[in-house]
Design a protein around this ligand. Structure first.
Ligand code: ASP
Length: 464
């Protein structure tokens, strides 16, 4: 099959081309039938004379194979709105590859006005609209850029498991029942945090992953039950090293992928947590000096977060990550459990236009320091052993100093694309209440499947 992408007809004037795609628009002028033909690369006009069989039968979204000759359009017929608008294809042959029984909604608009539930139920049609296609193209370019950038700097992409173990201290886990060990459950990872630290113990030194994370939280505009992180960890580094490589990557990425965007300030300004709360009332400040400029990206780092905050039951809990190290000058207080409210962590968050797009820290690489964190949180030795024994043991087996970061990749791409929520930059997102109306998930399973897992549904709690 000798296929020409539609965008490439501009390089094929007076040549015969074979085009494959969808009927995007159709104008029947009696003798002549015009269509806009669409493939992933773009649109072009195709003209069918009466000699081409089948043309009057064409309907929107039919899938076709057109053979024809690329012609320059006369000057007054040029369509500046499309990239191929100086040309059209004069068809000599038409093959209809598939017809359409119905399409649920038009795909030649931006689609914002279409009910989102319907868009998600027919996402495979929705994805044909240019806006969504462009978002996926952008997403693909961003992940490719990250992979190339990090690989060039010696980072190794490593996959970590999706079936892991529940750690009750984080957000709510998604659980997966075990068939072989009935009554036991895997948990889907909330992030690869522990695995990436274990990779550092394993001598990998520079790791990254475009990682899927799962959190069973009530979803909000920019949250999804499963989401993607650019996750990274490095050995033998301090806070500045991790921040530097991330800042360099963010700048290079924006310049390469979204050159129309302007980064407000380089190097990224740094704000302490306290200053951010005092000046902006939030720890992800929007420091844009012109909020009307859709092309302005105002990155900033937020640093010097308190390590602990009071939990609901009056004890202490971590603000970000129990595996973080305190800033070096607070290590003595951490070990002694003194002045707990004043201990600052090495946590660094990167905020962009009022959204947190990344966060990370240097970790406690010595087991005693990690134990001290849990001691401050009031955990008994048994509880630490039961939930984090593997981490304590790993740190005691020759763990190098290490630290890392994760970006909320969906959110970052949403901001690059100028979209109002992350669902617009995810191919198959869930609804706000965690459903996939296309696949019909979540769904009941067969009695037999429950039996194999040793599970019984004893009551269904109806959520109003
Ligand atoms: N694992 C952390 C998170 O999920 C990020 C990090 O500290 O690297 O937010």
């Amino acid at each position: 099959m000798q296929r020409t992408n539609i965008a490439d007809i501009v390089k094929n004037e007076e040549k015969e081309v074979e085009l494959y795609g969808w009927v995007h628009a159709r104008r029947d002028h009696g003798k002549l039938v015009f269509i806009d033909l669409r493939d992933r690369s773009g649109l072009c006009q195709v003209v069918f004379g009466p000699e081409v069989a089948g043309a009057p039968d064409l309907r929107l979204e039919y899938v076709v194979h057109v053979t024809g000759t690329v012609k320059a359009r006369p000057e007054r017929m040029v369509n500046e709105k499309i990239a191929t608008g100086r040309y059209e294809v004069s068809a000599s042959k038409l093959e209809i590859l598939n017809t359409v029984s119905q399409i649920p909604f038009p795909v030649d608009t931006d689609g914002y006005d279409i009910n989102e539930e319907t868009r998600l139920a027919y996402r495979y049609v929705d994805l044909r609209r240019e806006r969504l296609k462009n978002n996926l193209v952008l997403r693909g370019r961003v992940t490719k850029f990250i992979r190339d950038f990090l690989a060039e700097r010696g980072f190794l992409e490593v996959e970590t498991p999706d079936l892991t173990r529940s750690t009750p201290e984080g957000a709510r886990d998604y659980l997966v029942p075990s068939r072989i060990a009935q009554g036991n459950f895997y948990a889907l990872p909330q992030s690869p945090q522990q695995y990436k630290q274990l990779l550092m113990v394993g001598g990998i030194e520079k790791y990254f992953q475009i990682a899927r994370c799962f959190r069973d939280e009530d979803t909000r505009g920019d949250r999804q039950p499963e989401f993607t992180q650019m996750d990274l960890e490095m050995s033998f580094v301090d806070q500045e090293d991790v921040m530097r490589v991330n800042e360099e990557m963010l700048i290079a990425l924006v310049q390469a992928i979204a050159p129309e965007k302007k980064i407000q300030e380089i190097p990224f300004p740094r704000i302490t947590y306290r200053e951010a709360m005092e000046r902006y009332g939030t720890d992800r400040p929007d420091i844009r000096n012109d909020k009307n400029d859709p092309n302005l990206l105002a990155f900033c780092w937020v640093v010097d977060f308190p390590f602990f905050e009071k939990s609901d039951d009056g004890g202490w809990t971590f603000t970000h990550n129990p595996f973080s190290a305190p800033k070096p000058e607070f290590m003595d207080d951490l070990m002694a459990g003194k002045n707990v409210s004043d201990i600052l962590t090495t946590q660094y968050d990167v905020a962009l236009n009022g959204f947190e797009v990344g966060g990370g820290s240097i970790r406690n690489h010595q087991p005693e320091a990690l134990k001290a964190v849990f001691r401050i949180m009031g955990f008994s030795d048994e509880r630490v052993q039961a939930n984090f024994g593997h981490m304590i043991e790993a740190l005691g087996s020759g763990a190098p100093p290490h630290g890392g970061i994760a970006w909320g990749l969906d959110r970052f791409i949403m901001l690059l694309a100028g979209e109002p929520n992350i669902r617009e930059v995810i191919a198959f997102p869930k609804t706000g209440d965690g459903r996939d109306p296309m696949m019909g998930s979540p769904a009941e399973v067969d009695r037999k499947q429950l039996d194999e897992l040793g599970l019984e549904i004893i009551k269904k709690i109806k959520k109003s």
